[in-house]
Design a protein around this ligand. Structure first.
Ligand SMILES: *[C@@H]1O[C@H](CO)[C@@H](O)[C@H](O)[C@H]1NC(C)=O
Ligand SMILES: *[C@@H]1O[C@H](CO)[C@@H](O)[C@H](O)[C@H]1NC(C)=O
Ligand SMILES: *[C@@H]1O[C@H](CO)[C@@H](O)[C@H](O)[C@H]1NC(C)=O
Ligand SMILES: *[C@@H]1O[C@H](CO)[C@@H](O)[C@H](O)[C@H]1NC(C)=O
Length: 579
């Protein structure tokens, strides 16, 4: 391949990533002070007429109407917020009612606008850096005491507080309070990149929009779960505040429309309704066999007879399929996948149908919901494991999950009391569901005897992997044509249209998707990788469980996608998938 083609490909990849979001989304240079981040002083005397503070303009600090020796509260809003938006509009009056504090509100609205959640999240580091600059100036040049500062960050602001700590030269902050720190995109193991107990002498975290204690990541010295972290009674709500009470959710459920923006996603209308126990009435297991291809049999994990009565046959391989957001047993790709398996032979295929449960991603449960689903699915696995008449050990079960379903399967392992799943196939798991710093909360090779992962959108949703025993990158593993969208919602709900057809075709393909090992994308794109014939493995259903490491495979642009064995002396990549 000529170098110009490579460059063109790379540019196409990059623009694919950029066009995911509005062209108005900006990542300003990492420079402070920054016009897009402003600081406003409020005191009892000037509740409604804040005075702007400029870190590098000593006069602005010197002449501001400070309350002498009073504590300084720094309030940092979240995504799409600004200085006159909730929770600033509630916290400020409450503090001033209580005490004569100096309150500094950080306003970074211009770089946290909808629909730019990705950029807003990445801009938190810049906001943290510039806020640290202001604090450093105040402490070093104007005689303020670092111990008087208390940082209060809401949602993304909670993460910003963590960055302030990283950039602050004056010393260690004495207190950070994070109110429902935002999770999406803070899916990192790197404590420098998120709020944690190392960021101040005391970090208290208040969780209000998640469920029950112990089901949440804790990240501070003290984590508070107000009213068990959900559905706050009588909380003050402003018009556009993101968290609603449960009753409202039920009403919203009725008249639900598709969310169009991240703000819509933050509404809890698409979240899992009570009761929060397994089995959940809206999470159903449908068994399909060759003789019941058309109409699945509903399995009841509370009743052993239900499996006994069904066509479940322990002699046949068992597949458990977990779809992504917006899926369901009667929707493609679940139906196509069943057809492909039954075209080949006899299987017990159990579709985990939570289609009516989580229709759209519900960001306020984004961390909790997959764990809850995993808990219920582990109940299904144990139901099969300990069944008196038709027992199947987890080792004999092959689970297949796409998108969030892949992540859910990675969490099932945490709940199994004995045994380990035989195989997990992850179809384009997304980084959105990789949260926290605990590997037992991710899909990785420890979760089953064999974990194979197919990546088609890795470039879109961020860097991650390799995570399985074998990771397959299809056509470079990034922006497959047809999966780039304007808004984060479309990206999230994009079912990674390309990955499931590849997997489904692999079940019946007479030629197969032969993938070769290659250390990195660049070598692959340039065509430097020339694996030996013996190094190729089949990707998909018929992968050898001995496969280890990272493999690349190129497909045709249209079905049939599989290109068969590349043959002797063929380079791993010979034709651009975009051409
Ligand atoms: C502020 O944000 C705008 C976009 O809203 C951007 O064009 C500009 O470069 C930013 N300014 C600075 C100083 O970063
Ligand atoms: C709330 O949202 C609506 C439309 O989504 C907008 O017209 C209104 O100005 C917003 N109100 C506040 C206080 O931001
Ligand atoms: C099913 O049978 C197993 C083994 O006899 C038993 O441990 C389990 O409690 C039974 N489950 C139900 C729901 O009755
Ligand atoms: C990680 O998570 C698992 C399961 O939730 C838990 O048992 C374990 O203690 C956690 N490990 C750490 C280091 O937090």
């Amino acid at each position: 391949m000529r170098l110009s083609t490579v460059i063109l490909l790379i540019i196409k990849n990059i623009t694919g990533i950029l066009t995911l979001f509005s062209p108005n989304c900006v990542l300003p240079p990492m420079k402070c002070p920054n016009d897009n981040i402003t600081f406003w002083l409020y005191t009892r005397e000037n509740r409604n007429s804040p005075v702007e503070l400029k870190a590098m303009e000593p006069e602005s600090i010197k002449t501001a109407p400070w309350v002498k020796d009073a504590q300084i509260k720094i309030l940092i809003h979240g995504y799409t917020g600004h200085k006159n938006f909730s929770p600033n509009t509630e916290i400020r009056p409450a503090y001033l009612e209580c005490c004569n504090y100096n309150i500094i509100t950080v306003d970074y609205n211009k770089i946290a606008l909808e629909p730019c959640y990705m950029e807003a999240a990445r801009n938190t580091e810049l906001v943290g850096m510039c806020t640290a600059q202001l604090i450093d100036e105040m402490v070093s040049k104007h005689g303020f005491r670092l111990t008087d500062f208390h940082i209060i960050g809401f949602s993304l602001g909670g993460q910003i507080a963590g960055f302030i700590a990283n950039y602050l030269k004056a010393g260690k902050l004495s207190r950070i309070s994070a109110l429902d720190p935002a999770m999406p995109l803070f899916a990192t193991m790197d404590n420098r990149k998120k709020i944690d107990s190392g960021d101040a002498d005391f970090v208290d975290v208040l969780h209000t929009n998640a469920l029950g204690k112990g089901k949440l990541e804790t990240c501070g010295h003290a984590d508070f779960f107000a009213n068990s972290g959900y559905s706050q009674p009588g909380c003050t709500r402003t018009e556009n505040q993101t968290f609603n009470t449960q009753e409202q959710n039920l009403v919203k459920d009725e008249q639900r429309k598709k969310p169009q923006s991240v703000r819509d996603l933050l509404k809890t209308g698409s979240c899992i309704p009570a009761p929060y126990r397994c089995p959940h009435p809206k999470m159903q297991y449908y068994l399909y066999t060759r003789t019941t291809q058309e109409k699945g049999e509903l399995l009841n994990t509370l009743d052993n007879d239900s499996l006994t009565r069904s066509r479940f046959n322990t002699k046949h391989p068992t597949k458990v399929v977990v779809h992504g957001f917006g899926g369901g047993r009667n929707l493609s790709p679940s139906t196509d996948m069943r057809n492909a398996y039954f075209a080949r032979g006899n299987y017990n295929i159990i579709i985990v149908d939570y289609g009516s449960l989580v229709k759209e991603p519900c960001l306020s449960q984004i961390e909790w919901a997959p764990r809850f689903a995993a808990m219920c699915i582990s109940q299904l696995v144990e139901y099969l494991q300990y069944h008196p008449k038709k027992a199947v050990p987890p080792e004999k079960i092959h689970t297949i999950g796409y998108s969030v379903g892949a992540h859910i399967l990675g969490l099932v392992a945490n709940h199994l009391s004995e045994g380990k799943l035989g195989r997990i196939t992850g179809l384009d798991p997304t980084i959105f569901f990789y949260m926290g710093n605990n590997r037992s909360r991710d899909l990785d090779y420890t979760d089953a005897h064999f974990v194979d992962i197919l990546h088609t959108g890795a470039g879109i949703l961020g860097q991650w992997g390799p995570n399985g025993h074998a990771d397959f990158y299809v056509n470079g593993g990034s922006s497959q044509p047809g999966c780039a969208h304007d808004t984060i919602f479309q990206t999230l709900s994009c079912d990674h249209t390309k990955v499931t057809p590849y997997f489904i075709e692999s079940i019946t393909s007479p030629v197969g998707f032969w993938a070769g090992p290659c250390p990195n994308l660049f070598s692959y794109l340039i065509g430097w990788c020339e694996p030996k014939d013996t190094e190729y493995v089949l990707m998909g259903e018929h992968v050898t469980h001995k496969a280890r490491g990272v493999y690349y495979v190129t497909t045709n642009a249209n079905p049939p996608y599989a290109r068969g064995f590349p043959g002797k002396n063929r380079k791993l990549r010979s034709i651009s998938p975009y051409s």
